[in-house]
Design a binder for this molecule. Structure first.
Ligand SMILES: C[S@@+](CC[C@H](N)C(=O)[O-])C[C@H]1O[C@@H](n2cnc3c(N)ncnc32)[C@H](O)[C@@H]1O
Length: 218
């Protein structure tokens, strides 16, 4: 696995400046996130935690279309811009939603066992191996027994077109990780030894391969 491309400070600077343009990643994220939603049983969730909520677009879709009306959402992000965008976007859901600006740490100010879904979309592919392990460890603490870890992120190419795309993506990452928002292909399944994997697939959208993982806390 390639080491982290952007330092934590560079990551904050990048996403503070990038802001709402993140929604433009829908051309490859939308299909992946729809696949995640199909397998994460959000319709029966009571409390969702999201690590790296970005503009709040996934949360908005969950709250408007999938979660039971009494279910709550708690999201964090390291970028002040992203937190502001999420707050604006999610304010209509009132007290069901809380959004918190972190300093990038894995440890969250949440009680153990307070959530039954822990989501992170296209964030772990920015982090170092140690940080990914720390976030997944925090998910295990925050989730109730039987709770679901719901992850997506860039992964290695599947099929000829996607392998060529991955090589091109890697080249851009190597030349200047800012060109790809610090994201590089990662195989998240390798980090889930202690979890019961319920769903694992690679979605290829516009040539870009993304991993979708739903795993149960044992
Ligand atoms: C590629 S964007 C994905 C945003 C959103 N999840 C989506 O799918 O559109 C990565 C997001 O992760 C956030 N991020 C990066 N490192 C983080 C960290 N250590 N803790 C929390 N958020 C982080 C960034 O600020 C950015 O909003």
């Amino acid at each position: 696995m390639k080491p982290r491309g952007l330092s934590p400070a560079e990551t904050v600077k990048f996403y503070d400046a990038w802001g709402a343009r993140q929604d433009g990643a829908g051309y490859y994220e939308d299909e992946t996130l729809a696949e995640l939603a199909r397998f994460a049983d959000f319709e029966r969730a009571t409390a969702v935690v999201e690590f790296g909520c970005g503009t709040g677009s996934f949360a908005e879709n969950l709250l408007a279309n999938r979660l039971p009306s009494e279910a709550t959402y708690w999201g964090c992000d390291v970028s002040e811009t992203m937190i502001r965008l999420s707050q604006e976007r999610l304010s209509r859901f009132g007290a069901r939603v809380r959004v918190w600006q972190s300093a990038g740490e894995a440890a969250l100010p949440l009680a153990a066992g307070c959530a039954d879904r822990f989501v992170s979309n296209y964030v772990l592919d920015i982090l170092s191996e140690g940080e990914i392990r720390a976030v997944i460890g925090e998910a295990a603490r925050v989730l109730t027994p039987g709770g679901l870890l719901c992850l997506t992120g860039l992964t290695h190419g599947k099929g000829v077109v996607s392998k060529i795309w991955t090589a091109f993506w890697n080249l851009r990452f190597d030349l200047n990780p800012k060109w790809v928002g610090g994201c590089r292909p990662v195989a998240l399944l390798e980090f889930l030894g202690a979890w019961e994997v319920l769903h694992h697939t690679v979605v290829v959208a516009r040539g870009i391969s993304s991993e979708v993982l739903v795993a149960r806390k044992r």
